[in-house]
Design a protein around this ligand. Structure first.
Ligand code: HEC
Ligand code: HEC
Length: 324
């Protein structure tokens, strides 16, 4: 009884604290405004129309081609099957190309979602949940989730199926490196993405996972779909997460029964191994807060109902550390 009461208190306290800012790409409440991002937009003056290059490809693109919402750069066409029209170009005026945010290979970035390697039925269900209002962000300021919802609402069933089959055909592979540490690089936030500041200044990690690109410029400016992420996590989180994931720790259910023993997915249940920890924490919190409540989400209700923010952090640090 006492155990139950204290568990309830913990989860009520957590919900009252609101969405964990770090997972949703916002500075902690009360923090001073972050410096504006440079973002390769160039200084004042003439726009930069010079061709840009990346190691490993002879293709070249200008900055505006790289971030063209209706046909972003495809640096490595040999890395993926031929993209359906909706993935490569989207459809004007409302549907920006999936490849813009999730990359042509579906790896995605910490501020959006990793969408390669999911069961087709899971992918389609998510799109339908976005469309019906059953999947939102618990953080209403998270503008790109709102953009995702608008995109899903504008899509036809054929476009949804084509994109689900395209991304589902690519296996999920390693994209994130988990590093436990007390101190993290100081960061700025650009569109919900944490980016390490130039220089070597550090700050205490506190109770956060800070997920940053391996190379700021490569990810932010060039959108290189071969350049992955580092997830800094507090010391001990991977081990604590392992215990919750494998045994439930009296607070949750072991994940392997539904997500597969290796957490790479099982039947219609999505894989969670080696995927963005910030994204995963957003999903667990969204489900706990009732913002994500699709047809299949009730299977996750017992899993998330008693998790504190620290539990979610530990679980995501562990799952992100697994080799997919
Ligand atoms: C403007 C950027 C943007 C574009 C363009 C975009 N998405 Fe997304 N997508 C997001 C964000 C942001 C999320 C949700 C992240 C969150 O809420 O934590 C998301 C989530 C998803 C998910 C859910 C993944 C999961 O694991 O449940 C799917 C599926 C998806 N997108 C498919 C697509 C498809 C298909 C397209 C192209 C038609 C597309 N997206 C275009 C930003 C984008
Ligand atoms: C009883 C079965 C079951 C168990 C046990 C379970 N899950 Fe899930 N999980 C699901 C289902 C089904 C979905 C898809 C939910 C939906 O469609 O909204 C899901 C979705 C998720 C998602 C969202 C994935 C995405 O791409 O958006 C996360 C994160 C997640 N589970 C984490 C966990 C963790 C961590 C555990 C263990 C602590 C766990 N789950 C245990 C059934 C389960």
């Amino acid at each position: 009884m006492i155990g139950l009461l204290s568990a309830l208190t913990v989860s009520a306290a957590f919900a009252a604290d609101g969405p964990p800012a770090w997972a949703y790409g916002f500075p902690p409440a009360g923090a001073p405004a972050a410096p504006a991002g440079g973002g390769g937009r160039g200084a004042q003056g003439a726009p930069d129309n010079s061709p840009k290059h990346l190691a490993g490809t002879n293709l070249e693109f200008t900055l505006s081609q790289i971030r063209d919402g209706f046909g972003p750069a495809d640096w490595f066409p040999g890395d993926h099957p031929t993209m359906p029209e909706i993935v490569a170009h989207g459809r004007r005026p409302d549907i920006r190309a999936c490849a813009l945010c999730h990359y042509p290979n579906g790896k995605g970035r910490a501020e959006n979602a990793p969408i390669a390697g999911y069961p087709v039925s899971y992918f389609i269900r998510q799109m339908n949940d976005f469309r019906s209002g059953n999947r939102k962000s618990a953080e209403p300021r998270k503008a790109n989730t709102n953009a995702m919802i608008a995109i899903a609402k504008a899509m036809t069933a054929e476009e949804i199926k084509a994109s689900a089959e395209y991304f589902g055909a690519m296996p999920w592979t390693q994209w994130i490196r988990v590093v436990e540490t007390d101190m993290v690089p100081k960061t700025r936030i650009s569109g919900g993405l944490f980016l390490a500041l130039e220089g070597s200044e550090k700050e205490p990690i506190g109770g956060r996972i800070i997920e940053v690109p391996e190379s700021t410029e490569t990810t932010e400016t060039y959108r290189n779909p071969r350049s992955g992420f580092i997830a800094y996590a507090p010391p001990g989180s991977v081990k604590k997460g392992e215990s919750l994931v494998t045994s439930g720790g009296g607070k949750t259910l072991a994940c392997g029964g539904c997500h597969g023993a290796d957490l790479k997915g099982l039947g219609p249940v999505p894989g969670i191994a080696g995927r963005s920890p910030s994204y995963l924490v957003r999903q667990m919190y969204d489900m706990q807060a009732g913002a994500r409540k699709g047809e299949w989400t009730p299977l996750m209700t017992k899993v998330v109902s008693q998790l504190s923010e620290d539990d979610m952090l530990a679980i995501a640090a562990y799952t992100a550390s697994l080799k997919p």
